[in-house]
Design a protein. Structure first.
Ligand code: NAD
Length: 458
């Protein structure tokens, strides 16, 4: 495999000089080809995502395909504008010069993706890489093998390997790829592996975009519409069975509202997933692997052993790799469920007395990928925004910030480096080159030596 990778990498390194000359129209043809090819493989994708994650057709269409068609259409519509050099203002040192910002392709890029939205998380950065005029090697996750196979077919059909190639495999394949001197690496995955990627990239001084995970807190203010908050949090927590990087990880609820909120959350879960007294397994995702299933079960078991209260769920279906929605409250200090990213349908609720206490708890953890606020009090909303940091935030909603390509999507420190989607993705895969066109009216020589006799200061 290493030999094959080496050949493709060298071919792409040579081809990048040809590819960089492409204009917007030529790149748009490539994006359209990608879109047409995805369309051809739609039914295979529905089947693959069902097999890997038991995603329903509707969930796949909304969270994977619709999302990618949206990104493609947005790039196709705006690429001309994104690529055109941007004017910047003059300064005292360049008073008559033309100052421009050029977006040039980085070159050969590596894209590594996780398994939770296995199609979207390969395609979204790939769209940006192509829009920006790059060659790319992509590596889907080994934990979603059916989707990985379809991705590989789509790429083989739409592109020559000298431009885009797909290598399927596990962490050891990633390790081999990471040794190569790529011009940019775009990694989506866990914070722990993100550090390994950044370390490997440092050896070649390769720039990185890291889309990582972490614990995304949700704050339900005393002045919130509790029913709406409960419904939206239930949706955000349980889509893809909680295996969403920006899912509300845990929730703060005012102590006076704790029981009411739990009741409303249960009602929302029943409305969305329980037809009779059982979860409809056709419409509820499975946990990706036995290892992740065990990890989630042990998070719940450990919290309960230490004294946490189970307010909902606690039913585990190992043969179907399914965890029914869980709510935990009265979580004791030191419980792992409040230390590591949950990434499953388990919702710890922390009751609080005042917002200062909430802010202290949020800020005692690594900066989150997402932070959600439910409140009707604009003073409290501003207070929370001003005193916390997160990759992105929704006020009175969850997840939806990811769906607007006019907004950057990404984390901060522990939850990521750089951002993606729309122009932000294009920019990530481009080098912003500063270009000054000097004018014939040029007074630069005023600052040249000899300095003897120039006793004045600017
Ligand atoms: P992961 O870090 O285990 O794996 C991600 C990718 O890295 C996979 O392709 C895997 O093969 C590869 N990999 C694994 N170990 C490696 C190693 N030692 N060296 C090199 N490569 C390695 O993550 P995961 O379990 O696939 O995904 C879940 C994580 O991804 C969660 O933390 C989640 O929050 C995060 N995530 C983030 C975003 C985002 O946009 N910020 C989106 C989805 C998922």
């Amino acid at each position: 495999m290493e030999q094959k990778i080496d050949v493709v990498f060298k071919t792409q390194q040579a081809y990048k000089y040809t590819l960089r000359k492409n204009n917007a129209a030529q790149r748009i043809v490539k994006l359209k080809t990608l879109k047409d090819t995805i369309k051809k493989y739609e039914s295979a994708l529905y089947k693959a995502l069902k097999s890997d994650l038991r995603k329903s057709v509707f969930e796949t269409s909304v969270t994977e395909l619709f999302f990618i068609y949206g990104e493609l259409d947005f790039a196709i519509k705006n690429l001309n504008g994104w690529m055109s050099p941007k004017r910047v203002g003059k300064t005292l040192t360049t008073p008559f010069a033309k100052n421009r910002l050029y977006y040039e392709p980085k070159g050969v890029c590596l894209i590594i993706a996780p398994w939770n939205y296995p199609f979207q998380l390969i395609m979204s950065p790939l769209i940006s890489a192509i829009a920006a005029g790059n060659c790319a090697i992509v590596k889907p996750s080994e934990l979603s093998p059916a989707t990985s196979k379809v991705i590989s077919k789509i790429i083989e059909t739409a592109f020559e390997a000298q431009e885009v190639a797909c290598f399927e495999g596990n962490a050891s394949l990633s390790t081999s790829l990471l040794k190569l001197p790529f011009d940019h690496i775009f990694f989506t995955g866990s914070t722990a592996v993100g550090k390994i990627v950044m370390e490997a990239a440092a050896k070649n001084l390769t720039s990185v975009t890291l889309e990582l995970g972490g614990k995304s807190p949700t704050i339900v203010d005393k002045a919130a519409d509790l029913a709406k908050a409960a419904e939206k949090i239930a949706w955000g927590k349980l889509v893809n069975a909680g295996q969403t990087c920006i899912a509300p990880d845990y929730v703060f609820v005012h102590e006076q509202h704790l029981d009411e909120f739990i009741g409303l959350y249960k009602a929302a879960v029943n409305k969305m997933y329980f037809k009779t007294d059982k979860v409809d397994l056709k419409a509820y995702g499975k946990i990706i692997s036995p290892k992740h299933y065990k990890r989630l079960k042990s998070l719940v078991d450990e919290a309960v052993e230490k004294g946490a209260r189970i307010d909902l769920g606690g039913t585990f279906d190992e043969p179907n790799q399914t965890i029914y929605p869980v709510v935990l409250s009265k979580i004791p200090k030191g419980a792992k469920v409040m230390e590591e990213e949950i990434f499953g349908p388990v919702l710890p609720i922390i009751s609080y007395q005042n917002l200062e206490e909430v802010i202290d708890k949020v800020n005692s953890k690594s900066k989150a990928l997402a932070l959600y606020i439910f409140s009707k009090n604009s003073k409290n909303i501003k207070y929370i925004l001003k005193n916390t940091s997160a990759g992105g935030t929704c006020v009175n909603d969850v997840l939806i910030h990811i769906s607007n390509p006019k907004l950057p999507f990404g984390g901060v420190n522990g939850s990521g480096v750089g951002s993606c989607h729309g122009f932000f993705g294009f920019k990530n895969f481009s080098h912003e080159r500063a270009v000054v066109f000097q004018s014939r009216l040029d007074f630069s020589s005023m600052i040249y030596p000899p300095y003897v006799g120039k006793e004045w200061v600017l």
